[in-house]
Design a protein around this ligand. Sequence first.
Ligand code: 4NP
Length: 157
Amino acid sequence: MVSVLFVCLGNICRSPTAEGVFRHLVANEGLADRIRVDSAGMGSWHIGQPPDKRAQGAAWRRGIDLSKQRGRQTKPQDFERFDYVIAMDRANFASLKSICPKGHERRIHMFLDFAPDVPESEVPDPYYGGPGGFDVVLDMIEAASKGLLEDIRKTQL
Ligand code: 4NP
C-alpha cells in the first residue's frame, strides 16, 4: 500500500480538493486498493468541518464529491503513516519540516513539483478570493495529480 497525505493551511480548500481529485484519479485507474489518500491542515480552525462550499461546488462541477470529507490537523505521527506528505505552498512546506520527526524529511514534497508544465510553484490559497480562484486551483491540482500518480507508478508500484 502506498499512502499520500495532502496538506494545506486550513484543510477546507486546497488539500481536501487535492484529496478528492487524486482519489478519483486513483479509482479510475483501478488502483484504489493500492493507494491510500488523505488530507490535513496545519491549523486547527476547521477540525471536523466539511470543505468550503466553493471548493465543493467547483469539484462537483468536475464530477467529484468532497461532501463527506472532514477537516483534521496534521500531526507528527503522519510522517510515519504516509509515504508522501505533500505541501500546497512553501509556508506549508516549512511548517511540515518544523514538525517532522528526524529521518522522515524526504517524505515532504511540494505538490506542483509533480506538474512540470504548470509555471507556478505553489497552489495559491483561494480562501479569501472569489469563486474563480477555485477553478484555477483545480486545474493545477488535476495536473499535479497526474504527475504524482506517474511518480508513484515509477517508484512504488
Ligand atoms: P486552505 O485555505 O489552506 O486551502 O484550506 C484556507 C482556509 C481557511 C483559512 C486559511 C486558509 N483560515 O485561516 O481559516
